[in-house]
Design a binder for this molecule. Structure first.
Ligand SMILES: [Zn+2]
Length: 218
């Protein structure tokens, strides 16, 4: 799942406005950010099948017990919440934990049974990725609903515009990737690309709220 994680991010932000959007967006994709770094360093492994029946099944998640098992996801979520609690703001910790943990459950819906429960064992996945058009529509609809919740709850016009900008970027990028040629990426490309995309969206979210300064009557 890609944009669906941000859909939940918008929703979490709408319901917990006191938590910064950048933290929530970083949280919902934190597991994938760690995955990209882990692939870069050769700790976890993925391969590529250009002939796959669905564009979403081209990437084969061979081995990702540290970032994507339920057990480690719960641990990462707790650890992230703890770090936020200690270093940033006590009130942000709970939402951070939920955002990080949500990643696993959303991945569970789309992945074929390659998502482990405990390190590399007991793999599960409902496999919506077998139906690429359905996946595409579901995720974009999900993202649109998330944005709608966000827009309803956000009063600052500039922040709203930024959020809509991020929405369009994600949607266009996602649909574009759907039509991308089947070229296998190298682990280094996955690492750099992951950090740029997940980090970039978080930076954009930060800028979205930074622009509040001087324009709200807080
Ligand atoms: Zn993932």
């Amino acid at each position: 799942m890609f944009v669906g994680h941000y859909a939940l991010g918008y929703y979490l932000k709408a319901k917990n406005n006191y938590v910064p959007l950048w933290l929530i967006f970083l949280g919902v994709q934190f597991v994938d950010l760690l995955w990209a770094v882990s692939i870069f360093f050769g700790i976890e492994r993925a391969s590529f099948d250009p002939e796959a029946s669905s564009v979403f099944l081209r990437a084969i998640y061979e081995y990702y017990p540290y970032t994507h098992s339920l057990f480690t996801s719960i641990s990462i979520a707790f650890l992230s919440a703890f770090v936020v609690y200690k270093l940033f703001n006590k009130k942000w910790a709970m939402v951070t934990g939920i955002a990080v943990l949500s990643h696993w459950f959303l991945d569970l819906i789309v992945h074929v049974p390659d998502v482990p429960l405990f390190f590399n064992s007991y793999k599960v996945g409902f496999g919506i990725w077998n139906y690429p058009v359905t996946t595409l529509f579901l995720e974009v609809i999900f993202l649109t609903v998330g944005l709608w919740y966000f827009i309803k709850s956000e009063e600052n016009i500039r922040t709203r515009k930024w959020a809509i900008g991020i929405y369009f970027f994600l949607t266009i990028f996602y649909i574009g990737s759907f039509f991308a040629p089947a070229v296998p990426p190298t682990p280094i490309q996955i690492g750099i690309f992951g950090v740029l995309i997940y980090g970039g969206v978080a930076v954009a979210a930060y800028l979205a709220e930074k622009s509040k300064r001087g324009t709200t009557k807080e």
